[in-house]
Design a protein around this ligand. Structure first.
Ligand SMILES: [Zn+2]
Ligand SMILES: [Zn+2]
Ligand SMILES: [Zn+2]
Length: 137
């Protein structure tokens, strides 16, 4: 919990029980989670508060959203250098076709693309699909 409070303070996020709860969950369970999974993990918690907490975390540079092409956005922890003004999450994501788990591939950077004239890039996502180490063998 000490670590949780420290991170919240660092990112200038006011400490509330829900924020502590969710951040601790992200820290303990390495991976990406959608609102539905978090609801299942904390069935007694209020859905709206949970949703707002995710939005606050995203705005403050604590977590980043991952669009896997499905309807639900998943969230994963940012690395330390993300800030409210600037998210630096230009890494690919890996989705396992068997357990559906999404992982940040932080060791890689999405390569820059040359766009045709007149196209302004806002963001780029890269989703790699395959089989994760847990599902092999
Ligand atoms: Zn970020
Ligand atoms: Zn897997
Ligand atoms: Zn990521």
């Amino acid at each position: 919990m000490e670590q949780v409070n420290k991170i919240l303070e660092q990112k200038a996020v006011r400490i509330t029980p829900m924020r502590q709860l969710l951040l601790e969950y992200f820290l303990q369970n390495n991976g990406a989670f959608g609102l539905m999974e978090l609801e299942n993990a904390f069935p007694k918690s209020d859905r709206i508060t949970m949703y707002r907490t995710l939005k606050t975390f995203e705005e403050k540079g604590l977590i980043h959203g991952i669009n896997n092409g499905a309807s639900e956005i998943k969230y994963a922890l940012c690395r330390e250098h993300c800030s409210p003004i600037h998210h630096i999450d230009q890494h690919p994501h890996f989705q396992c076709e068997q357990c559906r788990q999404i992982t940040c591939i932080n060791s890689q950077v999405i390569p820059k693309m040359e766009l045709p004239k007149g196209y302004v890039q806002k963001e780029m996502t890269m989703m790699i699909k395959g089989v994760c180490p847990n599902c092999q063998g």
